[in-house]
Design a protein around this ligand. Structure first.
Ligand SMILES: [Ca+2]
Ligand SMILES: [Ca+2]
Ligand SMILES: [Ca+2]
Ligand SMILES: [Ca+2]
Length: 331
């Protein structure tokens, strides 16, 4: 212990439990150093020996300890290793559901069906599958009242230019709501019941309304229509595999006519009113069938010659969720 300054320190000055991080090269030999990483040293002050340089050397030591402590504090802050954890939920998205109505139609006329590609190989050709009752329509001639599921554009449910007393037709309309439960309404738009011109047989009847007004024609009163929910022998929609009379173009007992008529037959104007008062509930994904039948009875005569009856057929759906009492229909 020769040369130790005992006037200031009795025995050894021992500084323990002081852990400091220093950059490489700043290690002092008065400390025992242990390499902890490629660049840093972690060490512990083991002892400070004091020789005979008295206060000057003691100050250096204390200064050195102070500097070491300062550097160590910075180093500890820069390389802190707190326990931590991070959790991330990716791909959060709101996507609006769809209420998209698709419509298809199968048309019957005097017992013949407007069918796809019945004759020839053109997959886009629709024609009557057989001669109709009374020889009309003619088998193989074009027709346009049937189509597959689509948004409506230029399709016509009814597009006949030569109907006569005794004619009978029907369209089965399939409605597909993609892909949510919905309220559904069917509507008849503005009706144009036109006279067009009064030919000699009409004036002979006589037809006393031979003007150009929207109600001067007689088909609006003489033609009869009826419509029904074509849900088959079992109420509701089980699919054709389970209820073959669903969407079969035929009214069966138990299928409900629109309106209050026992046999369903009424004028187009009356059907329009009845449909306006009717709202259906449709389950998303189900196919909802409506049958709509028409006839110009034999009893009606010459007063309807050359007359025409024009009208839009409309469908509208509204979402069912959060909408228990649908209002604001556009049709
Ligand atoms: Ca008239
Ligand atoms: Ca059914
Ligand atoms: Ca049916
Ligand atoms: Ca007329």
């Amino acid at each position: 212990m020769h040369g130790h300054e005992k006037a200031f320190f009795k025995g050894r000055i021992v500084v323990v439990k002081t852990r400091l991080i220093l950059r490489h090269g700043e290690c002092r030999r008065v400390f025992s150093c242990r390499e902890t990483s490629e660049e840093d040293y972690q060490f512990r002050i083991i002892s400070i020996r004091i020789n005979n340089t008295k206060n000057t050397y003691m100050k250096k030591i204390l200064m050195s300890v102070a500097v070491i402590g300062f550097v160590g504090a910075i180093a500890a802050g820069a390389t802190g290793a707190f326990f931590s954890d991070t959790e991330t939920s990716t791909g959060n998205t709101f996507t609006a559901g769809a209420i998209d109505l698709k419509v298809d139609s199968t048309q019957h006329y005097n017992g013949s069906v407007c069918a796809l590609n019945v004759h020839g190989n053109d997959p886009t050709t629709w024609s009557w599958n057989l001669d109709g009752a009374g020889g009309y329509p003619v088998k193989g001639t074009p027709c346009d009242g049937s189509w597959t599921e689509t948004d409506l554009g230029g399709q016509h449910f009814f597009n006949f230019g030569d109907i006569k007393p005794g004619d009978l037709g029907e369209n089965t309309i399939s409605l597909h709501v993609i892909n949510n439960d919905a309220w559904l309404k069917m509507g008849i738009g503005d009706i144009a019941d036109l006279e067009n011109l009064c030919n000699e047989p009409e004036t002979t009847v006589p037809d006393n309304t031979c003007g150009t007004g929207l109600t001067d024609g007689e088909l609006g009163t003489d033609m009869k229509f009826r419509a029904w929910v074509d849900d088959g022998a079992t109420d509701g929609w089980q699919g054709k595999d389970h209820d073959a009379t669903e969407g079969d173009n035929i009214w069966q007992q138990g299928e409900i006519f629109i309106g209050s008529q026992t046999d369903g037959w009424m004028t187009l104007g009356a059907l329009k009113t009845a449909l306006a008062a009717t709202t259906w509930s449709v389950t998303g994904g189900d196919t909802f069938y409506v049958g709509m039948e028409w006839t110009l009875p034999f009893a009606e005569g010459n007063i309807t010659q050359t007359d025409s009856l024009g009208f839009p057929v409309k469908f509208e759906v509204q979402q069912k969720r959060n909408n228990p009492t649908p209002t604001g229909w556009g049709i």
